[in-house]
Design a protein around this ligand. Structure first.
Ligand code: ADP
Ligand code: F6P
Length: 321
């Protein structure tokens, strides 16, 4: 049975492109004759009934903005059945029968619980981590990678001037995709990710060899899921006497205007989610695989670990000699 009234919320770590996705859900819903609502502050707003109607102008001039106009939250209460029921009840009270959740894997868990309480949900992969399966990319990943690559470009200049090495710590929680893609794109000599074991003695020796080969700098990219960048630098200094400079990019990776790739991905997925709800589909996580928009059972999405791209990892290793 199709939906008549839908809501949209953003949840968990914010990511660039979330606003473009919100805009697409609102505009596509209104285009198809639905009433559209927004929930402020993620699942906390759902529990607190912070729900308001949206019109075409509500999402004007936001496609280019980072962050999320709906704000977000990390809400412990929603992890409880009571919190989930409260959220579902608030939707039912307003006759809202469909919900689009834009967030990461944790938010998908919440969407899954709501779908089991009878709310027709669609998940959009809104996170910079690229750690959600059944989509090639998550919304915000492309922008985060571009920020890391730009930072490494800047580091290269000063590292080359001083013939130094640099350790750069990036986000990704337990996933190494930001480090992998940014490392390959910036020609980093070493990429350390949680998915691939490594030997720090060998990493240290490779740095010495790089300098002996005539390289004027050496960049080690470490995903936060491995360890702190400082720990890598300390070990390298202990092994070689070289003192790498450490840069922790932190939340810079979560800000700024979304790239055109993220804006197009977000717009396509937001509209796709609305059309799937109208066609009577629910309980799915939306994504794009080899250019095709797909909807996968959310239970399958939350219970599947994303496969690491070893092919790209080996390519980066081959080309960074
Ligand atoms: P992300 O969605 O970016 O992974 P979190 O892991 O913080 O961020 O999840 C966002 C929110 O989703 C949490 O603050 C919580 O409200 C909700 N959530 C997370 N895990 C669950 C769960 N297992 N069941 C229900 N809700 C959950
Ligand atoms: O999930 C997105 C993310 O940026 C992770 O890469 C990072 O570890 C985490 O959020 C940081 O969370 P917070 O913004 O709550 O400090």
């Amino acid at each position: 049975m199709s939906v008549k009234k839908i809501a949209v919320l953003t949840s968990g770590g914010d990511s660039q492109g979330m606003n473009a996705a919100v805009r697409a859900v609102v505009r596509s819903g209104l285009f198809h004759g639905l009433e559209v609502f927004a929930v402020q502050r993620g699942y906390a707003g759902l529990i607190n009934n912070d729900i308001r109607p949206m019109d075409l102008r509500s999402v004007g001039d936001i496609i280019q903005r980072g962050g999320t106009i709906l704000q977000t939250a990390r809400c412990k209460e929603f992890i409880t059945p009571e919190g989930q029921e409260k959220g579902a009840e608030n939707l039912r009270k307003q006759g809202i029968d469909g919900l689009v959740v834009i967030g990461g894997d944790g938010s998908y868990q919440g969407a899954y619980k709501l779908s089991k309480l009878g709310i027709k949900t669609m998940g959009l992969p809104g996170t910079i981590d690229n750690d959600i399966p059944f989509t090639d990319f998550t919304i915000g990943f492309d922008t985060a990678v571009s920020i890391v690559v730009d930072a490494i470009n800047k580091l290269r200049d000063t590292m080359s001037s001083h013939e130094r090495s640099s350790v750069v710590e990036v986000m990704g929680r337990h996933c190494g995709e930001i480090a992998l893609y940014a490392g390959l794109a910036s020609g980093a000599e070493t990429i350390l990710v949680p998915e691939v074991p490594f030997d720090l003695t060998e990493v240290s020796q490779r740095m010495v060899d790089n300098f002996n080969l005539g390289k004027r700098h050496s960049i080690i990219l470490v995903a936060e899921g491995v360890c702190k960048g400082e720990e890598i630098a300390t070990e390298i200094t202990k092994n070689t006497g070289i003192e790498p400079r450490v840069t922790v990019l932190g939340h810079i990776q979560r800000g700024g205007t979304p790239t055109h790739n993220d804006r197009i991905l977000a717009s396509s997925l937001g509209d796709f989610a609305v059309r799937r709800l109208i066609e009577g589909d629910s309980g799915k996580g939306c994504g794009i695989i080899k250019g095709e928009l797909v909807a996968t059972d959310i239970e399958k999405v939350v219970s599947t670990k994303r496969e690491f791209n070893m092919e790209l990892y080996e390519l980066a290793k081959r080309l960074s000699q």
